[in-house]
Ligand binder design. Structure first.
Ligand code: BDR
Ligand code: CA
Length: 314
């Protein structure tokens, strides 16, 4: 039986690659819906982008939902300087055939979970955690229905990418992230410690360019754009594939090393707002609320991605 998942995202080139990987894995994953949230670019663009990406993968069945357009308490932030003005710069923007559902993402998440069995549904958030936290606040009875929350966010050894101590998804809405990390359901977190081990390279882009289908072509074009920022910032050849780590884990957990840790989110200090305090060495007695990913088999990760991109039709 495929695992039932809800994807919550803010595309974003790496979100796009995550969606491409997920839609190529429908034997293993049943995608119940894709939700958009404000993040890399404002909601009006992320909600359009999920529909464009849906068209690119040829999706006709998985519904798309628009979610929250601002954080719970803070001002928020966007990242056009990384992803471009449209969020998915690198490919042409077009008017998508896929349309958003009239129901909002938070209602979709609540209704889907409330009609599910206990431990049935896996949430896969790869943007700021606003939709998920809002759903938990509005209907806490959804919690037992959640099997696992497999998220991209946070940083420990690697430091922050938006402030010295905070990773973007957590920084945008630390209060939402705190609610999610403290919700009591199993969490698997892919932060910068591991996503900075999966930078693309010229060799990876060359291999993707030899795959003859529209999704691989879009992947190549998105990653070519995405890589320019990171090449300047980190001196790397390419870009970190943050968000696809979540789906790679669901498909091949053996690619990753995880450690059970307590993770708490800073919501007070102006200096370290959005920092994830990961108790990697167990120096507190706080409950271990998170499987923290700290290592990935880079070659295995790219083998998986490239093999799955090859599954789309020419
Ligand atoms: C995260 O922030 C966004 O820029 C990416 O899409 C990813 O989800 C990395 O910090
Ligand atoms: Ca993202």
């Amino acid at each position: 039986m495929p695992r039932k998942i809800i994807i919550d995202c803010d595309p974003g080139q790496d979100d796009a690659l995550m969606l491409f990987l997920a839609f190529a894995a429908q034997d293993e994953l049943e995608i119940l819906g894709v939700c958009a949230v404000t993040g890399n670019v404002p909601l009006e663009k992320t909600q359009r982008n999920i529909c464009i990406l849906s068209d690119i993968v040829g999706n006709k069945t998985v519904p798309m939902f628009a979610g929250c357009d601002k954080p719970l308490e803070t001002e928020g932030a966007t990242a056009e300087y990384v992803h471009g003005e449209d969020g998915i710069d690198g490919i042409d923007i077009f008017d998508p055939v896929t349309k958003l559902e009239s129901k909002g993402a938070v209602d979709f998440i609540i209704d889907t979970l409330m009609s599910a069995a206990d431990n049935e549904i896996t949430l896969v958030p790869i943007g700021p955690l606003i939709n998920i936290a809002t759903a938990i606040l509005r209907e806490p009875a959804i919690l037992p229905k959640i099997r696992e929350i497999v998220l991209m966010g946070g940083a420990m050894r690697e430091g922050g990418n938006v402030t010295p101590s905070a990773e973007f998804n957590i920084y945008v809405d630390p209060h939402a992230a705190k609610i999610v990390f403290e919700c009591g359901r199993p969490i698997v977190a892919f932060g910068l410690d591991v996503t900075h081990q999966v930078f693309t390279s010229a060799e990876v882009l060359d291999r993707i360019s030899t795959i003859d289908n529209p999704v691989a072509k879009a992947s190549h074009d998105l990653l070519s754009f995405f890589g320019r920022y990171d090449a300047d910032k980190y001196g790397t050849e390419g870009a970190p594939l943050h968000d696809p780590c979540t789906i790679a884990y669901l498909l091949k957990p053996e690619l990753f090393a995880l450690k059970s840790c307590n993770v708490r989110v800073e919501t007070q200090s102006a200096l370290t707002m959005g920092h994830t305090a990961v108790d990697f060495w167990g120096v507190t007695n706080e409950p271990k609320n998170t499987q923290w990913a700290y290592q990935v088999d880079r070659d295995g990760f790219f083998e998986l991605l490239i093999e799955r991109l090859g599954r789309y039709r020419a």
